[in-house]
Structure formats: C-alpha cells, structure tokens
Write a protein that binds this ligand. Sequence first.
Ligand code: ADP
Ligand code: ASP
Ligand code: MG
Length: 360
Amino acid sequence: MSLIVQKFGGSSVANAERVMNVASIVTDTYAKGNDVVVVVSAQGDTTDDLIEKANEINPKASKREKDMLLAAGEQISISLLAMAIEKLGYHAVSLLGWQAGFNTTSAHTSARIRKVEPDRIKKELDKKNIVIVAGFQGISKYGDITTLGRGGSDTSAVAIAAAMHADLCQIFTDVEGVYTADPRKVKNAKKLQEISYDEMLELATLGAQVLNNRSVEMAKKYNIELEVLSSMTKASGTIVKEKTKMEKMLISGVIADMIMFAELGIKADGAFIETVHIRHAGEIHCRAVFQNEVVVQVGRNSGAIGFHKKSFLLYRWSSVYKNQTGRDVDLRRNKSHTPVSVRVVYAGGSGDRTGIVFLV
Ligand code: ADP
Ligand code: ASP
Ligand code: MG
C-alpha cells in the first residue's frame, strides 16, 4: 500500500462532469489499496471571477479580505469532489487548508508555508477516508485565512507529499505533461518524458505555469518526485526529478535582455539540425546551428538565457551577441568550435521573448 497525493487544477474540476471524472480517477487509485490525499484548486475561472468581484466593490480592499474571498473558490471544489466520491460509493472527507494543518506566514495573498501539521489528514486516512484538501490556502499565526499566491495549489500538494513522506505526488492538469514549449501556443512542442528540478524551475520562472515555481523549489528541497499528467487522457506524463538522463544540466549563468526564438526543423538522424536565431531589440544578432534536439519556447518575462557550463560555443555566442550586432554567424564554420549538444527550452507565456538554453 502506498500513500499517493493527487492534485487537480482548476480546469480538471471546471464542471460537474469533470468533477465526476476526477472522482473516478481518485477512487480507482484508492480501490487499488492506496491511501489517497487529493488537493484541488478552484473550479475553472473561479479565482479570476472572485478577484473581479472584489474589484467591483473595492479595488483597494485589504489583502486579508481578499484572501478570505479567494479561499472560497477552493472550498467549493473540495466539497463538490467529496460529494462526487460519495456518489461513487466511497468515503471522503473535505478539509480546508487550516484543517489540513497548513500554517503559513501572514503575508496575505502571497503567504509562504511555514509547516504542515498533517495530524488530521492522518486520522482521516486511518478511518479509511479519501482526504480532499483545499489547495492554495492556509492559516497565519493570527488565526487568519491566507492564500499562497496564484497557482499555489501545486505547492500545497508538494507540501503535503513532503510532510507525509508520500510515495508519489501526481499533478493532474489539462495537458499531458511538461512540454518543450506551451503546447497551446507552439504546435510542434514536444512532451518531455522527464525533466530535472532545475530545468523545470527555470521553465516555471520564465512563465510555464504548468507547475508553480515554488512547488518546484519545494519538490527539489525535499526530493519529491513529481508526475505531471492529464486528467482527461490516460497518456503517460512527465517525471520531474533530480537526475534525468540528461545529466549535468545545472544552469550556471544568465544573460539578461536577450530575445530569442527558434525555427524548428529537427531531422530524425540528429545531425546539425537546428537554426536558432537570437534577437535583441528586434534584430537578428546571430544564427547558430546546434546539434541534436533544439526546441525553444518563448517566455513572458523578457530577457534571460540560462546555460550550464562555459564552453567555446557559449563564449562565441555571447561575444557575437555583444560585438557583432546584426551579423549572422554560422558557428559550424569556426573550426575550433567543438560541437556540443544543445537543448533549448522555451518557457511558457506569450510573445516571442525569451528562451533558456540547456547545454548537455
Ligand atoms: P491547472 O489549472 O491544472 O493548475 P494551469 O493552467 O495552471 O493548470 O497550467 C497548465 C497550462 O500550462 C497548460 O494548459 C499550458 O497551456 C500551460 N503551459 C505553459 N507552458 C507549458 C509547458 N512548457 N508545458 C506544458 N504546459 C505549459
Ligand atoms: N485557484 C488558485 C489560482 O487560480 C490556485 C491554483 O489554481 O493553484 O491561482
Ligand atoms: Mg496551475
């Protein structure tokens, strides 16, 4: 028997049919003999709608009151999911953040988790209940309801997994995993089988909201392996963990204010295949031809290219960037250049802006 934490985002519980779908995923896991703790977000656009409601009344409302309002979104989801699970003939109990032991700082609207005291969750599991916890929320030392910032339910799930030493933490969402680019914006984005914490952190920081960046930081800190997968299909997802097949991928540097994009054209034989244009202030600065898989996604925060190790390629590249404004350079023509395998991953977000570069 394992302890499994399953987190479902807003789109996964957006309407009654989807809530029933989640109930069946959860009860299937339970029926296999596992203890299951479920973390859910507010339904669909509920959080945005609540923010709008607050703004209609008082755009300058105190953050304490905003938290009180926003936490309501997750309360709706947990109770509906518990009802759906009951309907399928299983026992479930829903818990708000404070009931589940989420102690946070008092920084309303962006509180940090201080500790999770999962006694109540444990008691409910002992009673053979499926436990459903409201993501995104907790309680401050003053006894006030807090929220963790947008996308915070991912962090709630990882925090429970860490506090309870869960065997598995699954993040169910509306895409089949982590892609080399936002699959809704880049049509040939590829699903990654696995990705390291550092890569994922960089992606999340650059705007790939598929995982909240604080959740990735926490997963790395407590070494919680995450599986990102779809709640709508049964396809295998992406594993986020410390070591991936592509090792030595630590990001060692960041260049600010660089804007880049890639033209995808990967050939099956993996020869020189990719043309990456690097742009700054709208002009192409250099055209580098890399080896192996290169995919770049644009991010919403402009300017940051991270790379792993100093290499001739990077040196050339950055010197081209600095010195030869406007000129195209084909790095293959330089005999002293040792080809390195490069994997460029665009972060999510909008607009042709930023990429991060992983040298392996
Ligand atoms: P949830 O409601 O399940 O928390 P989110 O909307 O927060 O889901 O995150 C999932 C969305 O993240 C996807 O619908 C997708 O458009 C977006 N996204 C951005 N970048 C990526 C990426 N690199 N891989 C996967 N999804 C991404
Ligand atoms: N409902 C919250 C939000 O929309 C938390 C989350 O979805 O993770 O940001
Ligand atoms: Mg999310």
